[in-house]
Design a binder for this molecule. Sequence first.
Ligand SMILES: Nc1ncnc2c1ncn2[C@@H]1O[C@H](COP(=O)(O)OP(=O)(O)OP(=O)(O)O)[C@@H](O)[C@H]1O
Length: 412
Amino acid sequence: MPVIEADAVYKIFGKRPERAVERLRAGQTTRDELREEGTTAAVIDASFHVEQGEIFVVMGLSGSGKSTLLRMVNGLQPPTAGTVRLGDQDVSKLEGRALRKVRRERVSMVFQHFALLPHRTVGENAAYGLKLRGMNRSDRTRRAEEALGMVGLEGWGGSMPDELSGGMRQRVGLARALAAGTDIMLMDEAFSALDPLIRREMQDQLVELQHQLGKTILFITHDLNEAMRLGDRIAMMRDGRIVQTGTAEQILTDPANDYVAQFVADVDRTRVLTASSVMEAPVAVLGKDQGPRAAHKLMREHQVSALLVLDRSRVVQGIVVEDDLRTAMDAGHTDLRAILRPAPTVSGDIAVADLFNASAELGVLAVVDDAQRLRGVIPRVTLLSALGAVAGSEGEDVVEEVGGHTEEAVLR
Ligand SMILES: Nc1ncnc2c1ncn2[C@@H]1O[C@H](COP(=O)(O)OP(=O)(O)OP(=O)(O)O)[C@@H](O)[C@H]1O
């Protein structure tokens, strides 16, 4: 069951909101037309779900409806139509005490402006939510200290907020949310007020904390790079509607419409695309009993200068390069064992930008799983074009892949 689920949610501000929903559903009016009538359709027909342990980013320009969507998730505003669930609880139907209980116990918020109490210590600020819940002083102090430790503020509990830098204050906000111990964290432009370097640091830290603690995070931002860096999945909003939901890679490689395509045009793809997304399938196989001569023939046929060698389970054993093959043939070797070199292998989730050095001069990268089994290959020319360094492959020394001496050899 999703931890957060919004189903066909609408939020209309202004005159006759229910009627506006009906008209929007029937296609009888548009957001712009409603605005002329003095009615704001802040969120229109939005559906999404967030799974346990996921960072789900809602991304859109100012006014696209992100904050309104978030306020419906934490029950601050009821939807005009549609439902919002936290687990098995329909937040859109909760009121009063029941709603406050859900908000206190299941959801914590981190805002852009740190919302720290200036006359309370850092520790008291981090423990604030727990105090409201009636936890005794020693328990909440311990929980707050633990949370401060998690965000790198060990030992700062006795300081006052104004002794801290902006980045540190935002960490206190994060610690407060962590101390609350809720499984859901809602973060509204939480890092937008920070300097770029500190912002980046906080993003990295959030991802790491999320891996450690498995929180479910709904993160709102208008910054596409932030969305791409943080989001396991991203919902792109425009004019109140979610126009696309997907991973950063899906959004980059398969934008749902021109708006999204334009939006992502300037993104540094090499930071978002991973080895998995640019790898290719091997194209040829060398029989397991065949030796250097057959391998050489295969290389010439496919105009490549190296072959990967695999064992029976497709575990990469090494790489064979053309020059070594000649030597092996001259020496009368009958298999590839003697001339095997260590193969450059990478895992599929590495960003393309970080692959350049890994490819070295052997010309092909083997993309492998945790057990070093081959998943695909990235010829150097493919890598270069993914990095935007070359337009085509002509004249490139493309090195391909062969499996080898124990089982079979494979060419891309
Ligand atoms: N309480 C309200 N009453 C009337 N209109 C509202 C209210 N809250 C939001 N709106 C309008 O709803 C639309 C969406 O606003 P929302 O704040 O959700 O967008 P946003 O994407 O979060 O933008 P920003 O990043 O600027 O906060 C805007 O046109 C806004 O003016």
